[in-house]
Design a protein around this ligand. Structure first.
Ligand code: NDP
Ligand code: GDR
Length: 357
């Protein structure tokens, strides 16, 4: 029976990864932060009374800013695999708290690697680092000849989040090369799900579309509608994380769908799920979307109603305009194949958010 430790287990990816590893027969440990209100909603269904026999899911209080705590937990758990998913993961918020993000997302990665080394677990413990497409920064000249970002494309982070994560990327690679550790980066492009945090753009859109359909919200305010993202489903992406640590030798992999879609088109797709067609009018901060047709007998919105409006408050000081990843290496070497496409993802998110009160 293998033992895994997941930082960020209460997050979107942590919850799906914990499910996947438990299904595979792992004993799973997760690190959760102490909070003044419950923060375990995504994993409550996995909870096990620790007094029972054969417990295979255990939570530990901890924080990536606390070296002693990280060392103690790793010493106690003696993991075969560590998945370092813990992070302040919101790009826009990273402009408001850049030092904290550097500490958690950057130095936090070092704390994990160094704890494994201090404890002499270099040959036992494999480490997955949650790297990101934000490292590329969306510079058009850095795409490969086929027009994608791949494992060899140069980095150019455009936020404090990206800058912190680039440290995490390189220190992971350095510990692999310097100490022969099995430490790998998964360079994951955006991935979403019904469990996505409510302030990321896809979930903000699906929640608002459902609320507008039910007459509980008037209008959805968004920032840059022109941004293009390569969106996949989190369930598919955690499968890739696991595969990366099952390889014979440690390497870095891009995980992506290989297609890019604008925020505007994601809005269109969400509204289509409730039978509503939109027309977008105006430009930049004056852009709005109006209802032009309503084809679902259940959700009847007035023709001409403004349901989306741009609020420049949501613009970022520096933006990543376009992301599209090349999954060739992960498909050929890891045998990774996503089960969801974007249409399936939007459908699942809308179905889930329409059930909310
Ligand atoms: P979430 O924001 O949903 O989850 C982040 C997790 O990290 C939460 O469990 C959170 O705890 C925890 N966390 C935050 N700060 C700390 C800290 N100081 N110490 C310990 N834990 C902390 O992110 P995702 O699940 O979407 O992403 C997982 C990882 O993958 C992140 O590192 C993210 O940066 C990275 N990533 C995500 C992508 C995506 O599209 N989703 C794409 C590429 C990379 P709490 O619940 O208490 O807030
Ligand atoms: P991103 O995700 O920054 O790509 O980071 P997010 O969903 O926040 O933004 C995607 C794009 O949408 C534009 N946008 C808005 N974004 C938000 N959050 N809110 C809005 O109202 C809004 N309007 C337009 C943004 O400007 C951006 O261009 C995610 C995170 O999960 C990171 O942790 C991860 O590393 C990357 O994906 C890959």
């Amino acid at each position: 029976m293998k033992t895994a430790l997941i930082t960020g287990v209460t997050g979107q990816d942590g919850s799906y990864l914990a499910e996947l590893l438990l299904d595979k027969g792992y004993r799973v440990h997760g690190i959760k932060r102490r909070a003044s209100s419950f923060n375990t909603q995504r994993i409550d269904h996995l909870y096990q009374d620790q007094h029972e026999q054969n417990v295979n899911f255990t939570l530990h209080y901890g924080d990536l800013t606390d070296s002693m705590n990280i060392i103690r937990i790793i010493q106690e758990v003696q993991p075969d695999e560590i998945y370092n998913l813990g992070a302040m993961s919101h790009v826009k918020v990273s402009f408001d708290s850049p030092e904290y993000v550097a500490n958690v997302d950057g130095i936090g990665t070092l704390r994990i690697l160094e704890a494994v080394r201090i404890l002499g677990l270099e040959k036992k413990t494999r480490i997955y680092q949650a790297s990101t497409s934000e490292l590329y920064g969306g510079l058009p000249e850095n795409k490969n000849a086929a027009g994608f970002y791949d494992e060899n494309s140069p980095f150019y982070p455009r936020s404090p989040y990206g800058a912190a994560k680039i440290y995490g990327f390189w220190i992971t690679k350095n510990y692999r090369e310097a100490y022969g550790m099995f430490a790998c980066n998964g360079i994951l492009f955006n991935h979403e799900s019904p469990r996505r945090g409510e302030t990321f753009v896809t979930r903000k859109i699906t929640m608002a579309t459902a609320a507008i359909a039910k007459g509980k919200q008037e209008c959805l305010y968004l920032g840059n509608l022109n941004a293009l993202r390569d969106w996949g489903h989190a369930k598919d992406y955690v499968e890739a994380m696991w595969r990366i640590l099952q390889q014979d030798k440690p390497e870095d992999f891009v995980i992506a769908m290989g297609e890019t879609t604008s925020v505007r088109d994601f809005v269109r797709m969400a509204f289509n799920e409730i039978g509503v067609e939109l027309s977008f009018e105006g430009e930049n901060e004056n852009e709005i979307a109006k209802v032009v047709a309503c084809n679902d007998p259940l959700y009847q919105l007035k023709i001409g109603k403004i349901v989306v409006s741009v609020d420049p408050e949501y613009y970022r000081p520096t933006e990543v305009d376009l992301l599209i990843g090349d999954p060739t290496k992960s498909k050929t070497q890891l045998g990774w194949e996503p089960k969801y496409d974007l249409a399936g993802l939007v459908k699942e998110m809308m179905e889930s958010d329409l059930k909310l009160d």
